[in-house]
Design a protein around this ligand. Structure first.
Ligand code: SF4
Length: 112
């Protein structure tokens, strides 16, 4: 009797989505069009390339969740990525992400 209620698998048709699931899908699709990091590839918000990071920052400027996103990221001290249009490195906001490579020489260091 219990087995009658279980999905038997096999090659039968997929179950028809319930109206609630369809509405949830529609809502998710609508939200995705309003929130750039859901519309675009989320890897952009964690990119290494300075160009990609700047693009993510600019896309965040259009996001209706920007202020809350930034406040949450500050509270959580996000270790990495673009949140609320700002770049986080090591839990703090930095003006811009530096690319990989050798660190810039300190101009104030005495010459050897
Ligand atoms: S502000 Fe936050 S939620 Fe909005 S696109 Fe940027 S990272 Fe995503």
């Amino acid at each position: 009797m219990l087995l009658d209620t279980l999905n038997q698998g096999g090659s039968g048709p997929w179950p028809t989505p319930t109206p609630a699931a369809t509405e949830a899908d529609t809502f998710d699709q609508l939200v995705a069009t309003l929130i750039p990091c859901r519309e675009y590839d989320a890897e952009l918000w964690f990119a290494e390339s300075t160009v990609d990071v700047e693009l993510a920052k600019s896309l965040c400027q259009e996001c209706p969740l920007r202020e809350g996103c930034l406040a949450g990221a500050v509270d959580r001290q996000e270790p990495w990525g673009v949140w609320g249009g700002e770049v986080f490195v090591g839990g703090v906001v930095v003006p811009r992400k530096r690319g990989r490579g050798r660190p810039r020489k300190d101009q104030s260091a005495p010459a050897a």
